[in-house]
Design a protein around this ligand. Structure first.
Ligand code: BAL
Ligand code: ZN
Length: 855
């Protein structure tokens, strides 16, 4: 397959200022007529080239005359020779939405017809220059059977509609804003709306609609609240006002992404819309608010200012993730939100950046762009924006975003445009900062604080290295902003104000003086830079920080580091010296100044995968054993405390407030520790929680603990859960995931059996992810020494690739980390990757991921 390179970017030969689309919708055979006004861009003699994918022209006409031989197909593209500079092109194609299993273009989902065009799905609907720098004004006419598809939606404003003969009807929508074709959308179906309105800061009234099956209407309130909160927040925080008169969201069950920001018509995976306490966890509620905000924020960071080409994807995604993280932090506990974001970054992005698929946030090349919707583009991209804000300061950052939006409104922009706007607005020189866009790999920073024996002064030495990544053997030092404070070893009080140190060289030294007591180093507070930090701080220092650091994130981080150091020493020596960890956890559990949500996070051990990331050669069994041992010790040594905390956080009637959420979180964490503490009543305690719960957080919290431990109640609860929720696909996804993530029992055997369960299907991305995606991150079970876990996932990749290559390719990275494992597992993983690569008819999606992984 062809490699697309950033350096090969050329402006489009032809522009398409206007497009009129006419859909005669039918699940089996939809006719699409497209009328494009095309304009030659610059002086050249190139033909008009319109992308297509699995479509064939039924007719082609130019300026009203049907052509029979002046067009040709070049592979999937339609090529037309044109003499003049302005023409009207009309094409007609026929689609079969109901057999479109790739879920790209126009497809059927649960009786609806809907679209997904980003990144290159529009070419599956009609012939068009499918690239984000071709911006057009859209008029869309849809016609369909009125009984089957009473609601017809598209982008922009509804301008006309009515009944037609034969039980059919039509609707006409016009979008006044120029947009790239990846933001086109339509939905047809039997839907009901939760309607509301929002008055913008300039006093305009916006009609809001969240469209779902009518039975799901009661589960849309939370999403609607989140939408209104997002609209107000973007006005307050970035001065961004909504621009159309209507904002619609539609929920569909079969969706490759979480959601999609189509102009004025967001289409969502139903898991990020539907919620009630009975079926959605606190985590689901938070994710729904975050994704609703994310897609809404794209209206400016993505839609009004879009990307010039797909290499600039992080321009909209990194920035928009940062915006949704800020929004969520403002809704509840900022510290806990930061902890969650950093945990997600470490779970997904750090391994990616250390493996064969590592790429800069602005990649240089790709085979299939869909493979680049990665944690690096999204989450590391957000960290880069966060660092910019920290370095420039709040005001200059806002001046920079204002300038960026104003300067590039209605344009397809680049990452470079964003950085330039930041420079122009702030006066800062960001020459070195640009390296964050160009270089892959997580920087490693070493920090060492030496206090002078005479007292009063201390010297902080810092050094950085950026590890080699595929195609990038040597790296330049990056500007790394480190929030640093020194705390008094006796008083626990800060010795002077926090400092922002930007480490811009390979090595650097910073002096602190006027210290009134011996200092303890608090560094990278708030995770001010996305780095791996190595310090020579002792277990005593870390325990001290975990009890005294006024920065909550730094406090959490000190505890994590203390736990990690203990676990890594355990893996090396076979003995777990648990004393400091037990003491620090006790301190945290008994500190009256800490809220439950924070405590629930702080007392969790680092995941097996995160421990593995620190090692040169991973033995999953050794890691699991050591982590289990420390977990058991914490359970037994602090048994009374866990019981007391469990009782204290007993559920009251459900409410969705930060403090109730924190209680629920801590309660289930405590239950997990009680289960490993040797308490003989743990299973009945868990079963009681399961039975009495008035919300899914408590239900699934108890079910998770039962599934991860041995007890007769385990099977009883799993069977009960299935029977209770078998009619609700989003909840049954949780049933699959809980079993796929189990740390007890024959998880490989269970997962193999679940793959033949009547409710399992590889055609639905949520269901596929709930079982296979979850299993592939269960470090212990996936890496079963027999290699059965690898074989299972490889078989799934091959089966899914025939239906939905995008979904199949997402399963590769777990196998792709083979180099990090001990030799026997390496060989087994590599063999499965080879088996995939040798399969006939592989998609380019899977080919790219597998060949790079073996590379
Ligand atoms: N643009 C693809 C889905 C999202 O990131 O919002
Ligand atoms: Zn996005």
């Amino acid at each position: 397959p062809a490699i697309i390179r950033r350096e090969d970017y050329r402006a489009p030969d032809w522009l398409v200022p206007e497009i009129a689309l006419d859909f005669r919708l039918d699940p089996a055979a939809t006719r699409v007529t497209a009328r494009l006004t095309v304009r030659r861009n610059g002086v050249h003699t190139h033909p008009l080239r319109l992308d297509g994918d699995e479509i064939a022209p039924l007719s082609v006409s130019v300026d009203g005359e049907e052509l029979h031989d002046a067009w040709r197909m070049d592979g999937p593209a339609l090529v037309i020779d044109l003499a003049g500079d302005d023409h009207l092109i009309e094409t007609e194609v026929q689609l079969s939405p109901e057999t479109n299993s790739k879920l790209m273009g126009l497809y059927a989902s649960g009786g609806l017809l809907c679209t997904q065009c980003e990144a290159e799905g529009f070419r599956r609907i009609t012939f068009f220059p499918d690239r984000p720098d071709v911006l057009s004004r859209y008029t869309v006419r849809m016609e369909a059977d009125q009984a089957a598809f009473p609601v017809l939606l598209s982008n922009g404003d509804h301008v006309d509609g009515g009944e037609l003969a034969g039980g059919r009807h039509y609707a006409l929508w016009r979008d006044p804003f120029l947009k790239p074709c990846y933001l086109f959308a339509l939905v047809a179906g039997d839907l009901a709306a939760n309607r509301d309105s929002f008055t913008t800061m300039s006093g305009r009234n916006i009609d809001l609609g969240i469209w779902v099956r009518s039975a799901d209407l009661p589960r849309t309130e939370h999403a609607m609240d989140a939408l209104k909160a997002s609209m107000a927040w973007d006005e307050r925080t970035y001065g961004r006002e909504y621009d159309l008169a209507v904002f619609n969201i539609v929920a569909v069950d079969d969706f490759n992404f979480g959601a999609m920001e189509n102009k004025g018509l967001n289409i969502f995976n139903s898991r990020y819309i539907l919620a009630d306490p009975e079926t959605a966890t606190d985590g689901d509620y938070d994710a729904i608010a975050g994704v609703v905000a994310h897609e809404y924020f794209h209206n400016w960071s993505g839609n009004r200012v879009t990307c010039r080409d797909w290499f600039q994807l992080s321009l909209k995604e990194g920035f928009t993730v940062f915006r949704d993280q800020q929004f969520s932090a403002d809704q509840g506990s900022a510290a806990v939100k930061r902890i969650e974001d950093v945990r997600a970054l470490r779970a997904a992005q750090f391994p990616e950046d250390a493996g064969p698929l590592a790429h800069p946030i602005r990649p240089e090349s790709y085979i299939e762009i869909t493979n680049f919707y990665t944690a690096t583009i999204y989450n590391k991209g957000a960290e880069i924006i966060r660092m910019l804000k920290l370095i420039l300061g709040e005001e200059a950052f806002r001046a920079g975003t204002d300038l960026y939006f104003e300067r590039h409104d209605g344009q397809a922009a680049t990452c470079e445009d964003f950085v330039t706007a930041m420079e122009d607005a702030s006066g800062a020189d960001l020459t070195h900062f640009r390296r964050w866009y160009a270089q892959a790999g997580t920087p490693r920073v070493k920090a060492s604080l030496i206090a002078e024996p005479t007292g009063g002064r201390a010297r902080l030495t810092l050094s950085q290295t950026v590890p080699p990544t595929p195609g990038q053997d040597t790296k330049q030092p990056m500007p790394i902003p480190l929030r640093v404070a020194l705390l008094g070893a006796q008083s626990g009080k800060p010795l002077g104000p926090e400092r922002l140190i930007v480490l811009d060289e390979a090595e650097s030294e910073v002096l602190f003086d006027g210290l009134s007591e011996a200092p303890v180093l608090s560094i990278n507070r708030g995770f001010s830079a996305p780095i791996c930090l190595e310090t020579d701080r002792s277990a005593a220092d870390l325990a001290f920080l975990s009890a005294h650091d006024p920065d909550p994130f730094a406090r959490y981080e000190a505890m994590q580091q203390l736990m990690l150091d203990t676990l890594l020493a355990g893996v090396r020596t076979g003995t777990v010296e648990s004393e400091s960890v037990v003491k620090a956890v006790r301190n945290t559990l008994t500190d009256p100044g800490l809220d439950a949500a924070f405590v629930g996070e702080a007392v969790l051990l680092p995941s097996e995968a995160f421990i593995a990331e620190q090692l040169d050669e991973i033995d999953p069994d050794a890691i699991a054993e050591v982590r289990e041992s420390l977990r058991r010790t914490l359970g037994t040594e602090l048994a009374d405390l866990w019981q007391e905390i469990y009782a204290r956080n007993r559920a009251n009637r459900y409410e969705y407030t930060p403090s109730a959420k924190g209680s629920r979180r801590l309660r289930s964490v405590a239950l997990g520790y009680i289960a490993v503490s040797g308490d003989e009543d743990w299973a009945s305690l868990a079963l009681t929680q399961y039975r009495d719960a008035d919300n899914m957080t408590d239900t699934i919290g108890a079910l998770g603990v039962l599934t991860n431990n041995a007890a007769p109640e385990r099977e009883q609860a799993l069977a009960d859960f299935y029977e209770r929720y078998r009619a609700d696909p989003l909840v049954i996804d949780k049933w699959f995931t809980t079993q796929a993530l189990a740390s007890h029992g024959d998880t490989v055997g269970t997962v193999e059996a679940l793959a033949t369960h009547p409710d399992f299907t590889i055609a639905n991305p949520n269901r596929l992810r709930s079982l296979v995606g979850a299993f592939a991150v269960n470090q212990r079970a996936f890496h079963d020494p027999s290699g059965r876990g690898y074989r299972f996932v490889a078989d799934m990749v091959l089966a899914v690739d025939k239906l939905n290559p995008q979904a199949a390719a997402r399963l590769i990275p777990s196998l792709g980390r083979w180099r990090k494992f001990e030799p026997k597992r390496q060989a087994l993983m590599q063999a499965e990757l080879r088996r995939i690569l040798d399969a006939p008819g592989l998609s380019k999606d899977v080919f790219e991921q597998v060949s790079k992984s073996l590379g």
